[in-house]
Design a protein around this ligand. Structure first.
Ligand code: NAP
Length: 238
């Protein structure tokens, strides 16, 4: 049985990934930070192992890695999904906003990947899938810090793919368009209508559609794919 760690598995896209991998024979480690009730419910339905850690905190990430290594062994697949967004004019973004955005969306990937990648190098195999965003590809107005952090995820993915390729490890990222999750709960009906109009497939995406792409990238069907940005966005970015 393969072991997969999914960060931010308590809600939205990460939650859909937990179900997708659990339903397809993986042992899932469901990382969460604040949403313990949600995580507990998902654990009861899927059998996933709950691992609480703020993924922007190196001590908590290393404790999580030690717990998994001691009790379950090595991780075969890392899904770096946990993240936050924020809409603000560039001139209103504070230094604290900036640091938080990069700590949660980017530094977390460095910390989590570093804590588990030795397993993969030792085995000479593994898959790392990072969740970026279409705004990391195109840039989004009033989301400069989010766009910059998500663009950094793409640079991280490409560089790591080159470095880890000789060790048999594939590193890819998924760039979702607008997906129906709590992250977009601040948007109005008018905003949604507008976004649907801008999307060639004329609808928003579902978390399950991202999860299926992530599982494909983790599977042996994607063994010759590395360093790629897979846009799952209904055609927003063409
Ligand atoms: P969401 O519904 O807001 O869920 C965010 C998840 O991240 C939650 O499970 C949350 O866990 C976790 N998280 C946040 N801070 C954390 C921390 N410090 N440590 C561990 N976990 C943490 O968001 P989503 O829409 O599913 O987004 C998931 C990923 O997709 C993000 O990286 C986001 O940027 C990206 N994305 C989303 C969209 C979209 O339209 N939704 C589009 C493009 C990209 P707790 O609640 O337990 O803290």
């Amino acid at each position: 049985m393969k072991n997969v760690l999914i960060t931010g598995g308590s809600r939205g896209i990460g939650k859909a990934c937990v179900y997708e991998f659990s339903n397809n024979g993986y042992r899932v480690f469901l990382n969460y930070n604040k949403s313990s009730d949600e995580a507990e419910k998902i654990k009861n339905e899927t059998g996933a192992v709950m691992v609480k850690a703020d993924v922007s905190d190196s001590k908590q990430v290393n404790d999580m890695a030690e717990f998994i290594h001691t009790n379950y062994g090595k991780i075969d697949v890392i899904v770096n999904n946990a993240g936050i967004s924020q809409q603000k004019m560039f001139t209103d973004i504070t230094e604290n906003d900036w640091d938080r955005m990069f700590d949660l969306n980017m530094k977390s990937m460095y910390l989590v990947t570093k804590a588990f990648v030795d397993d993969m190098i030792y085995k000479q195999s593994g898959k790392i899938i990072n969740i970026s965003s279409m705004w990391g590809v195109t840039g989004g107005s009033c989301e400069v810090h989010y766009s910059a952090a998500k663009a950094a995820v793409i640079g991280f993915t490409k560089a790591l793919a080159k470095e880890l390729g000789p060790s048999g490890i594939c590193v890819n990222c998924v760039a979702p368009g607008v997906i129906e999750t709590e992250m977009n709960s601040h948007l109005t009906k008018e905003d949604f209508d507008c976004l649907c109009e801008e999307t060639p497939l004329e609808r928003l995406g579902k978390p399950e559609e991202i999860a299926k792409t992530v599982r494909f990238l983790a599977s042996e069907n994607a063994d010759f794919i590395t360093g790629q940005v897979v846009n799952v966005d209904g055609g927003m970015v063409i």
